[in-house]
Design a protein around this ligand. Structure first.
Ligand SMILES: *Cc1c(COP(=O)(O)O)cnc(C)c1O
Length: 367
């Protein structure tokens, strides 16, 4: 959908919170933040109207938003989101990791969901404004970060089925602990009989609807005692796609790696792309090619495959120890975190936190 050209970059109005959280209460949260339960004092809002384009950019107190019961998002799920982290660097500064990549992916999702695109500079500026306003909200725990959640939804009050003419773009921030502590045990996967994405569907878009559809398969995995759900392709039901919210990598004894290729049914993870580049720089061969569940099991049993890990912004890199389907079950390597998995995780985290040289221009410094 075409976005009317904006004459000048939008300036953000600032409305400071009249009663921000007391320092003591905040300190308690920051010492043990968990994930996605506490939110900082402010949020960013930018509105869109078909006739005016993007307008009314502001940083305002975090709080409920009025919504017409007929708002299109509540009926037809026109909603997309992003997830990225702001880190405190080793030198005390603050940086985002590849926010331009999130902005570009946000627009790809918007286009798939018939929503207006957002100038990439506005997306990045909105995130920066919020981080600057809520600098006091960085966790004090090791491995902590400020998780940013930009999202856009259809706000027009209209029940006809067509793209909305009005949208809200919001950014909220949530202090996050170390999702999986280093040295944490490897996760156990349940291979779902449900499908996450079909060819021609919305699998490559980061839209809330994909997650709504993954809740039953995920609940089934939990009920069976597993940590995460794994989805196979929807057509042949044999090729490995990804987890509910993380991409997958397979590591072989000969030092090569495989990850399922993008192609419309897999979410193009920024962590995935970063790890492909880091691994290749380490001299590893990384192939983006289809890999079947049957081959995975055979390779794990023969020892040809030594490690498997999942990756995404929230948990960074997570080792996979065990895989169970309705037919069978197998263990990866020794069932614990593999060596290359840990090495790649450390490499990436060191760059994100400013402890290793940023030779790719991935670290976007704010302060
Ligand atoms: C967000 C997401 C990922 C990971 O993407 P990152 O950019 O690495 O955080 C993977 N799979 C799905 C389904 C996702 O929504």
């Amino acid at each position: 959908m075409a976005t009317p050209a904006t004459a000048a970059p939008l300036a953000f109005a600032h409305q400071a919170h009249p009663a921000p959280m007391a320092a003591e209460a905040r300190a308690q949260i920051l010492a043990n933040p968990g994930f996605g339960t506490a939110f900082s004092d402010h949020m960013v809002s930018v509105s869109y109207d078909e006739s005016k384009g993007w307008h009314s950019a502001e940083v305002l107190p975090y709080g409920p938003i009025p919504l017409d019961p007929a708002a299109a998002v509540l009926h037809y799920a026109q909603e997309i989101f992003e997830g990225l982290k702001a880190y405190r660097l080793a030198d005390g500064g603050i940086a985002l990791f590849r926010p331009e990549a999130n902005a570009a992916r946000f627009n790809a999702s918007a286009t798939r969901l018939a929503m207006p695109t957002l100038p990439e500079g506005l997306f990045v500026a909105a995130v920066e404004e919020l981080v600057k306003a809520d600098q006091d909200w960085f966790p004090t725990v090791e491995g902590g970060s400020l998780y940013l959640r930009p999202f856009m939804f259809a706000s027009e009050a209209f029940l006809g089925v067509r793209p909305s003419k009005q949208y809200r773009f919001l950014v909220i921030a949530s202090p996050a602990g170390n999702y999986f502590k280093s040295g944490a045990p490897a996760v156990s996967l349940w291979v779902s009989d449900y499908s996450r994405a079909a060819p021609g569907g919305t699998g490559a878009a980061k839209c809330g609807g994909n997650y709504a559809a993954s809740l039953v398969p995920t609940a089934e995995a939990f009920a069976r005692g597993h940590d995460q759900v794994l989805f196979l392709d929807a057509v042949e039901r044999q090729w490995i796609e990804e987890l509910g919210g993380m991409n997958l990598f397979f590591v072989f004894a000969d030092g090569t790696m495989v990850t399922p290729p993008l192609g419309g049914t897999i979410l193009p993870g920024i962590t995935r792309e970063s790890l492909i580049r880091l691994a290749r720089e380490e001299g590893l061969t990384v192939r983006e090619e289809r890999y079947s569940l049957a081959q995975w099991q055979a390779d794990a049993v023969s020892g040809k495959l030594t490690e498997t890990f999942a990756c995404g912004t929230a948990a960074v890199v997570t080792p996979v120890g065990k895989v169970t389907s309705s037919a069978d079950s197998f263990t990866i390597g020794s069932g614990g975190p593999g060596q290359l998995t840990q090495k790649l995780r450390q490499r990436l985290v060191a760059i994100q936190r400013g402890e290793a040289a940023d030779t790719h221009g991935w670290v976007h410094r704010i302060a």
